[in-house]
Design a protein around this ligand. Structure first.
Ligand SMILES: C[S@@+](CC[C@H](N)C(=O)[O-])C[C@H]1O[C@@H](n2cnc3c(N)ncnc32)[C@H](O)[C@@H]1O
Length: 297
């Protein structure tokens, strides 16, 4: 993941974002409604602490949500594993003025406490990274989120999900052409012993013939990037990345894993409508310890 060109300064990810092929605009619209509900439960003088996991060079989704509330103050902490993404976010990205403090760490977003983040956050956001995790890695992340989220806080995830009725296909442990390039997101010792039978009983090996939805999804995304002017080269490199590395869990898996990590977590799934066939695969699960908060948007 670390050295992949798509996410380097020479890559084309900013064109992917601009094209809206992965529905960043919808994430901003729905995420802003969630933040509005959260702000109603917090004193207007309170600075809202935001943690952005796998923030990338241009953390547009969460910062545009924040900029919709110019009268409220926020502190922003981002984590990304790629040094050039961290440097761009630190020194070149324009954050909205209502963000008082900005901290960007180079580190592993799947183990945020390894970046020595000991405090609680009111908003934790992860955009388009969860689909890289195996169920066990997602479980570990869920345990970290449960201990890092404030009691009235919210975890917002904008991502790609496998349809609930398709079997889980496991991500390879390493690059198919290079056994020395690991795809693992966490040290094995952190996830050894995690058993998730409701997911893994339907599991296909990563090298099983591709399930139909993965082909449909990756072709639709490639086509959409071409139609939305991201360029052919960018459409092809994104298509290659998706086929090689993206083995997402389903939304049912998401709910099962987060509840198993902490039964006090409440989950609400937001869909972005049906205006595009790719929206069958993109959604925003929202997690909070406060059931009331989830009832308010
Ligand atoms: C698809 S981009 C998402 C960027 C942004 N969050 C968004 O919503 O557009 C994925 C980002 O995740 C970062 N990344 C990948 N694996 C990571 C990890 N284990 N820890 C932190 N960042 C990671 C990549 O460097 C890249 O910037």
């Amino acid at each position: 993941m670390r050295k992949e060109k798509l996410f380097s300064k020479d890559g084309c990810y900013s064109r992917v974002v601009e094209s809206n092929a992965l529905f960043h605009r919808e994430a901003i619209i729905y995420g802003s409604r969630i933040i509005k509900a959260l702000l109603e439960n917090h004193d207007s003088t309170q600075t809202i602490k935001v943690l952005d996991l796998a923030c990338g060079a241009e953390p547009v989704s969460i910062t545009r949500m924040i900029s919709n509330f110019p009268d409220r103050n926020f502190d922003y902490t981002g984590i990304d594993i790629n040094p050039d993404q961290v440097n761009f976010a630190r020194y070149q990205f324009q954050f909205p003025e209502n963000i008082q403090q900005i901290n960007i760490y180079e580190g592993n977003a799947w183990d945020p406490k390894s970046c020595l983040l000991q405090e609680e956050y009111d908003i934790i956001f992860m955009g388009l990274n969860l689909h890289h995790g195996t169920p066990e890695e997602v479980y570990y992340l869920a345990t970290q989120i449960s201990t890092t989220l404030s009691p009235q806080g919210v975890y917002i995830n904008h991502d790609v999900y496998r349809p609930n009725d398709q079997p889980y296909q496991r991500r390879p442990d390493h690059h198919p052409d290079n056994i020395n390039e690991s795809f693992s997101l966490l040290e094995p010792a952190l996830i050894n012993g995690i058993a998730l039978p409701d997911i893994t009983k339907n599991e296909l090996a990563w090298n099983a013939p591709d399930v139909k939805w993965r082909l449909t999804y990756s072709k639709l995304l490639r086509q959409s990037l071409i139609e939305q002017h991201a360029g052919l080269e960018c459409a092809d490199s994104t298509y290659k990345h998706v086929n090689m590395r993206d083995y997402p869990i389903s939304l049912n898996d998401f709910s099962y894993i987060f509840k198993k990590a902490d039964n006090d977590l409440n989950i609400k799934i937001i869909h972005y409508g049906k205006s595009h066939p790719l929206l069958d695969y993109i959604a925003m699960p929202v997690v909070s310890k406060s059931r009331d908060l989830l009832n308010n948007f």
